[in-house]
Design a protein around this ligand. Sequence first.
Ligand SMILES: Cc1cc2nc3c(=O)[nH]c(=O)nc-3n(C[C@H](O)[C@H](O)[C@H](O)COP(=O)(O)O)c2cc1C
Length: 206
Amino acid sequence: MMAQNTAQKTNGMRRYETEKKAIGKNVFICPPMPVTIVGTCLNNRPPNFLTVGWVTRANVNPPMIAIGINKSNASADGITMHKTFSVNFPGTDLIEETDYCGLVSGKYKDKSRLFDIFYGELKNAPMIQNCPITLECQLTETIDLPTNYLFIGEIKGAYANENCFTGGKPDVTEINPLLLSMPDNSYWQVGEFLGRACKIGRSLKA
Ligand SMILES: Cc1cc2nc3c(=O)[nH]c(=O)nc-3n(C[C@H](O)[C@H](O)[C@H](O)COP(=O)(O)O)c2cc1C
């Protein structure tokens, strides 16, 4: 059933209390999320980078991150072979490079020339100097799904530009991460600050 458009605005924020309509199962509705560039080493090829939207922190201690990679991508072979990868968070200035890394395969093109590359502790996890935050990861588990691998990696090292921190904490306005929304496949930047997580909801506890 179609939702009636009676959403009301409260405190400038929309609340959705109306009926919902079924929208099928293959739901790609993602509000803007950070888009990343995952670095790998391929067999006898330059360091490779692919664009990845499907990325999430997966464990607190030890810190782990999960990425969903299509099996047909060259990077899937690189991660399986070397058991390492990097996750780089580009700023909005890298919008074109980020998109390009998602359009062409390292099987045919050398994407390594787009970036200044550095390494941390792990030999085969190339990281991008031009990104404000980078992580090097050791593969701990691969979940073999029908079309994708869900690679889970332990974060072995994290690197950031000093000016991306305020009061010792990452400052999202300084990092200015490139965001992605689906299924409209659009890039965005961070908007307005609305409130502190784990704090603003406390008023409803009373
Ligand atoms: C914005 C964007 C997000 C993407 N997200 C993913 C993703 O989460 N997982 C994935 O496997 N491919 C994703 N892709 C597609 C790969 O980046 C693309 O197939 C890439 O060319 C593969 O490169 P490779 O063959 O060198 O590994 C994305 C592409 C774009 C443009």
